[in-house]
Design a protein around this ligand. Sequence first.
Ligand SMILES: Nc1nc2c(ncn2[C@@H]2O[C@H](COP(=O)(O)OP(=O)(O)OP(=O)(O)O)[C@@H](O)[C@H]2O)c(=O)[nH]1
Ligand SMILES: [Mg+2]
Ligand SMILES: [Zn+2]
Length: 362
Amino acid sequence: MINFDFELLRGIGLSGTLAQRAREAAAADAAASLALMRVTAVHRTTVQLHDGRATHAARVLPRLLRGDDGADAIAVGDWVLVGADAAADLWVRTRVAPTSHIARRDGDGSRHPIVSNVDRALVVMGLDDDFNLRRLERYLSLVLASDVAPIVVLSKADIAAADPVRRDAHVARLRERLPAGVEVVVVDGTDPDSAASFAHLTGFGQTLVVLGSSGAGKSTLTNTLLGAAVQDTGAVRVHDGRGMHTTTARSLHRLPGGACIIDTPGLRTLRPDADADALLASFADVATLSARCRFRDCSHAGEPGCAVRAGVDPDRLHNFQKMLRENRRDSLTWVERRQQLSAWKSRGREARVRMKMKRGDG
Ligand SMILES: Nc1nc2c(ncn2[C@@H]2O[C@H](COP(=O)(O)OP(=O)(O)OP(=O)(O)O)[C@@H](O)[C@H]2O)c(=O)[nH]1
Ligand SMILES: [Mg+2]
Ligand SMILES: [Zn+2]
C-alpha cells in the first residue's frame, strides 16, 4: 500500500509518469506501508532521502546499491519505495524505474550511474585554463546519450574579461564547433545576479544536474542558484587552472523557486555510456554529412569524396573517432577483451625481440 501527496512531492521533482511507476511498483510489494522518497545522497551502505518535508537516512539492500549491471545501481535523483522494519529503521525496498538516467564507463569498461531523473544538464566549463573543447564534447555525449538536454555554461566570465580577445576567440571556436541548437550561457558564477540567466530552467518541479571538470565552478554556480553557501568550493592550481576535487559526492538540493539541483564532483575518467548509435546522436553533424560521402561505408579516414572530412572540424572528428574506438572496446565481451589483451602482449613481445635483434644482442 502506498499513499503520497503528489503536490508536495512535485516540489522535489516528482512527475506524473514517475508517480504512476511508483504506484505500480508498490502494488507488487507485499509491505503493509510504503513511502515514496527521493534520493539526495548515496553513501557506502546507506542513502539520504527527502520526503518533501525533511531528510531521512535509510539503509539499502546491497542488490539495489550495486544494481544488476553497475549502471542500474541507485543514484542521486532516484525515487524509491521505503518501508520501516520492527526497529523503525527505514529500508529502501524498490527503485522506481527512472525517466532519465546518466551513466558513464570506467577505464575497464564497467558502468557507473551518475544521476537519475534530471530534466536538464548544465555542463560547466571555465573560460580560463579549463577551456577544452574535446572534454566538453565528451560531457555533451554523456548527456545526449541519455536523452537529457544539455546547456553549456561558460563560467569565469569576470576573469576572462581581462583578455577579451582570447575570450571572444574561445566563444567563437565553441559556437563554430558545437552543433546548432545547444544553448550557451556565459556567466560569472560568483555573481548573485547570474541566477537570472537560469530562470527559464529552474521552474517548479524541474531537476538540473551540474557537470564539468574539477575547478570549473559547479559548486560555485550551485551556491549562487541556491542563494546560500551550501556547497564547499575550492581554489584551483595557479599553473594549470585545475581544481582540487573539492566536491567528493553527488548531492541534491532544493532551489528557492521549487526546482532541484544536483551538484557533482568533476569526473576523473569520462567515458559516456553510449553505443555507436547514441554517440552518433550527439555528433549529429557527422551523422548527417556521412550520408553524402561517396562511399556508403566511408570511415572518414581519408577516402575520396568524404563529406564528413570536408564539413566537420578535424579536431572534432578526431575526438568522435576516438570515442567510437573506446566505445567498441567497452562493448567487447570478457573473452574478447582477454583475446585482445593477449594479442597486445604477444605483439609487445615480438617488438622487444625485434629490438634486441636490431641491437645485435639477441
Ligand atoms: N572569478 C570567478 N571565480 C570562479 C567562478 N566560478 C568558480 N570560481 C572559482 O573557481 C574555484 C573552483 O570553483 P568550484 O565551484 O569549487 O569548482 P567545482 O567545479 O565545484 O570543482 P570540484 O568540486 O573540484 O569538482 C573557486 O575558487 C571558485 O571561487 C567564476 O565564474 N568567476
Ligand atoms: Mg564542487
Ligand atoms: Zn566520409
